[in-house]
Design a binder for this molecule. Structure first.
Ligand code: PLP
Length: 367
């Protein structure tokens, strides 16, 4: 007899929310020359973060990190004007999302998100046996009014919203988000995923308000900070929400390299500002390339551009596959209507040179 399996886990398919370019390369036997599909920061990271990791590799990697991540929480908290008790650290937003589903809902509970929004959240919802409900995007925006409307009757345990959004890159101004939060009943936990907060225009992120009893704001070192491989993110919210994580989190799950690098990177806001400027130039260039081919680049507050290729999903898929044949890794939305687009991350200049050249080649054949 094999070991006993949880019956719910047994019923689930084994899936990976995002198939990696490494896997595609293993299957095709070809390396990618441009890795512009996963929205990773492609402009390096703060040299102070590298220095901190080098030092830790010699001095500290043999010991357990501080399970309270005190130093980095203190750094972030004092810069943002929130108390250390209002911040928790995790292995990326992805890791924290799993904790949140586990903490703030029970098996069978209703959970609300947008149709085609960030899939790793849905993966955790399925894993914990919660019931996922979705509201379609409206004109490539997450539909705030639609979410409020559905939430009124559904009374979901958790509501997930990314602002700015992935995969479309759209965003709502802070006033709209504040109104949205106020319109949701306080017995629903709102996850406000701000993975792209650093690249969003001023006026996008609502002021931090940790008095609100039902909102968790999610931030990460994976995008603008250029440290996706580090696996470090954090949540900010009411201290009673944050305290719950202490009951279940893996206290040594954020490793010592992540603790020192996150702290150093956060302190280096001058580097971040340079990266944000490079990001802006890169997304502008991607948009320009799209226009050259008669496509519509959607406005973006993120480190990627969703490009409306003007025809259906099959055409967008063809472009994605042809780009892969030319060594360019991109991704695309999978949900109908959104799936007419491809999604191209803000690569460094050699990656965007390769993207531009590949587009010129493949569009000759596809037209
Ligand atoms: C990239 C992304 C994440 C992942 O963040 P990690 O901290 O790397 O886990 C979370 N949410 C959204 C919306 C993202 O696009």
């Amino acid at each position: 007899m094999p070991p006993k399996l949880d019956t719910h886990i047994q019923s689930l398919p084994a899936t990976i929310p995002f198939v990696a370019p490494e896997r595609i390369s293993r299957e095709t036997g070809k390396a990618f020359v441009a890795r512009i599909g996963a929205n990773e920061g492609r402009f390096g990271c703060s040299p102070l973060a590298i220095e901190a990791m080098q030092k830790a590799a010699i001095d500290n990697v043999g010991v357990y990190g501080d399970p309270e991540a005190y130093a980095v929480r203190e750094t972030i908290g004092s810069a943002l004007g929130v108390s250390i008790d209002e911040i928790t650290i995790g292995s990326g937003i992805d890791g924290l999302l799993g904790h949140i589903v586990r903490i703030f809902s029970a098996p069978g509970d209703d959970i609300l998100t947008s149709l085609g929004a960030y899939p790793t959240f849905n993966y955790h919802v399925a894993a914990y046996g919660r019931q996922l409900h979705t509201v379609p995007y409206r004109n490539d925006y997450e539909d705030l009014d639609g979410l409020v409307e559905v939430a009124k009757n559904l009374r979901p345990a958790i509501l997930y919203l990314a602002n700015p959004d992935n995969p479309m890159g759209s965003w709502w101004p802070a006033e709209k988000i504040d109104q949205f939060i106020d319109a949701i009943s306080e017995d629903t936990l709102i996850i406000l995923d701000e993975a792209y907060g650093e690249t969003a225009p001023e006026g996008t992120l609502p002021a931090l308000n940790c008095d609100k009893p039902n909102v968790l704001r999610m931030r990460t070192f994976s995008k603008a900070y250029g440290l996706a491989g580090l696996r470090c993110g954090y949540a900010i919210g009411h201290r009673d929400l944050i305290a719950q994580f202490e009951k279940i989190r893996d206290h040594f799950g954020v490793n010592i390299m992540a603790l020192v690098a996150a702290d150093a990177a956060f302190k280096d806001q001058a580097w971040l500002q340079k990266a944000v400027a490079l990001n802006q130039a890169a997304t502008a260039r991607i948009s320009q390339i799209a226009l050259t081919h008669g496509f519509i680049p959607l406005p973006t507050a993120t480190n990627f551009v969703a490009i409306d290729c003007g025809q259906g999903a099959d055409f967008a898929k063809q472009i994605l596959v042809s780009l892969a044949d030319h060594g360019i890794f991109i991704r695309k939305p999978m949900t109908p209507i959104l799936d007419r687009c491809i999604r191209v991350s803000a690569g460094n200049s050699s990656e965007l040179d390769a993207f531009e050249a590949a587009m010129n080649m493949i569009m000759k054949d596809l037209k």
